[in-house]
Design a protein around this ligand. Structure first.
Ligand code: AMP
Length: 283
């Protein structure tokens, strides 16, 4: 496994990689969710590149950039075990030199939900992912369904800007009790960790109501709200039931619909989602 810190070095190695090349962008502090992406990339491609880069431009001024957890030695040991070919770990000024001044911005689908709650977030995401795609030149890039809107925004960028790669979605990996794995779960104290289960419970409730024939999005949203409000440590940021491609909010649930939410548990903001489709399965 080669560990690369400069763009020039990665670009010079790229032509030597057997194709197709699978790529997994991450911000590190890896867990089983990240490793599911890496394993799928490993199974589908002769070469696998993983990036670890905590991207400053996707964090708002009052967000957790400075405290974002990191443990590069542990991450590298995990990636070595998965037989990754290259880990790209650039320092921030390698990706954003002092005169950096170009941005990639996706329209409507990036402006709602997470985009509305975190202004500038997706501009940072799409800019860094476009740069990483240009540097790594992957044939396939793997993203988690856990960040459903990110996946939609990236697909839109790839389609609109004619990028020559396939975007592969990987299902959300959960803890045994249902909490979606996230690097930010480490911020939760034991009491908050228990309270955080309310996100999954609300999503399970939505799935149940839908499978019982409930089509009124307002009814589903209200029942989810009621359930979450019973948990004193939880504060709802948003609950959305939207078209899974356009992210237009729905009055009547028409599959595939994305049920997504952001909920604060104490100071920690968690997101999670499920897709309601005709088979009522995650995709
Ligand atoms: P991050 O390091 O948070 O930027 O995540 C890197 C990639 O891992 C993104 O494509 C995420 O959607 C994905 N990911 C994070 N958590 C999970 C999870 N629990 N299950 C599946 N994919 C995940």
């Amino acid at each position: 496994m080669k560990i690369i810190e400069t763009i020039a070095e990665l670009k010079s190695l790229r032509p030597k990689l057997a194709e197709p090349v699978g790529f997994v962008p991450t911000m590190g502090y890896l867990h089983q969710g990240h490793l599911a992406l890496v394993r799928q990339a490993r199974a589908e491609n002769p070469s696998v590149v993983v990036s670890i880069f905590v991207n400053p431009t996707q964090f708002g001024p009052h967000e957790d950039f400075k405290q974002y957890p990191h443990d590069p030695q542990r991450d590298l040991a995990l990636l070595e075990k998965e037989k990754v070919d290259i880990v790209f770990m650039p320092p921030a000024d390698e990706m954003y030199p002092p005169k950096f001044n170009s941005w990639v911005e996706v329209g409507k689908v990036a402006e709602r939900l997470e985009g509305a709650a975190r202004p500038g977030h997706f501009r940072g995401v799409t800019t860094v992912v476009a740069k990483l795609f240009n540097i790594v030149q992957p044939d396939r890039a793997y993203f988690g369904q856990k960040d459903a809107q990110q996946l939609i925004v990236i697909r839109k960028m790839v389609a609109d800007l004619d990028m020559s790669l396939e975007v592969v979605a990987v299902p959300t990996v959960r803890e045994p009790d249902g909490l979606a794995m996230s690097s930010r779960n480490t911020y939760l104290n034991p009491e908050e960790r228990k309270a955080a289960l309310v996100l999954y419970q609300a999503l399970t409730l939505a799935q149940k109501l839908w499978s019982q024939g409930e089509k009124d999005a307002k009814v589903i949203r209200q029942q989810m709200t009621d359930l979450i409000q019973k948990q004193p440590l939880a504060e709802i940021d948003y609950i959305s039931i939207a078209d899974a491609e356009t992210l237009d909010e729905l009055d009547r649930v028409k599959p595939p619909a994305l049920v997504s939410m952001a909920v604060r548990i104490g100071k920690t903001r968690l997101i999670d989602n499920v897709v309601l489709n005709s088979e009522n399965k995650d995709y």
